[in-house]
Design a protein around this ligand. Structure first.
Ligand code: ZN
Length: 265
């Protein structure tokens, strides 16, 4: 039974499992010097279609600037096997790729793009990966991703006076795209948004008869990494530790699973 219904087929979102600070290695560029034009920026009309268009352009830029696993790469084959059947989940038109990078991350965007990092795949089981991807899709379904695109666009001051009047977004230059893509990856969701994306993933897992406890164990893995990292933490681990709720989130999911009779008491 499919309980997940999405009112919008194309949403802009960068979803983060709470570790989006650990953005892909190659896409960090110097963003100093921007923001001067931000002053006086008007809150513009910004449609879902605008958000999807911009997100699609940002993802195309990220794909061009990161090592993408090819069609015969074992990572791609594994993701095909795990996620290929969910390309139309909830009425969304999803596409996916693997970035072969060291950072542990995954994100999804308004145009339906899902990007999973190989280092995340290395530490997660198939169902744990589905739980994380389900969380990311949740941000799209809940329109968090659209709001993130709008926010990043404004933050990077890409919206000029004319476009803020007309509601038509600018076509971005190559350098603007780089800044915008990074701003998107730096998007942060609040606690309520994260909690609701967790709920979405729980329902996604349950409706497809996956183990909902895999979502909890994925978060528990993050929590264990945070705890074990100590003083010799890598940059990525330090970033992850700024997100202290992994254990709490795991416990909450497990509690829900017990109530539903889907986990041992
Ligand atoms: Zn999230």
């Amino acid at each position: 039974m499919k309980k997940i219904t999405l009112s919008l087929s194309m949403l802009a979102l960068i979803l983060s499992i709470g570790m989006n600070e650990a953005s892909a290695q190659k896409i960090k560029i110097n963003t100093k010097g921007i923001g001067a034009a931000e002053k006086g920026l008007k809150a513009a009309t910004f449609s879902d279609a605008d958000a999807a268009k911009l997100a699609g352009e940002a993802v195309a830029w990220m794909d061009a600037n990161n090592p993408v696993a090819g069609p015969n790469d074992p990572y791609t084959k594994r993701l095909n096997k795990i996620f290929g059947k969910h390309k139309n989940e909830g009425g969304l038109a999803l596409n996916y790729k693997v970035y072969k990078v060291k950072d542990i991350n995954a994100f999804a965007c308004a145009d339906g793009s899902v990007r999973v990092f190989s280092s995340l795949m290395d530490i997660m089981s198939d169902e744990e990966l589905l739980g994380i991807i389900g969380h990311e899709i949740g941000h799209v379904a809940n329109k968090d991703s659209r709001d993130a695109v709008r926010s990043a666009y404004k933050r990077e001051a890409l919206m000029d006076a004319a476009s803020s009047q007309s509601g038509v977004v600018n076509t971005l230059t190559e350098s603007q795209l780089g800044k915008f893509a990074n701003a998107l990856l730096d998007s942060k969701y609040n606690r309520k948004q994260e909690s609701e994306a967790d709920d979405y993933s729980y329902t996604f897992m349950k409706s497809h008869n996956y183990k909902v406890t895999a979502l909890a164990s994925a978060f528990q893995k993050f929590a264990d990494m945070e705890k074990a990292s100590g003083d010799n933490r890598t940059k990525t681990e330090k970033m992850m530790s700024s997100h202290p709720e992994s254990a709490v989130r795991a416990a909450k999911i497990l509690e829900k699973a017990k109530k539903d009779g889907l986990a041992a008491l």
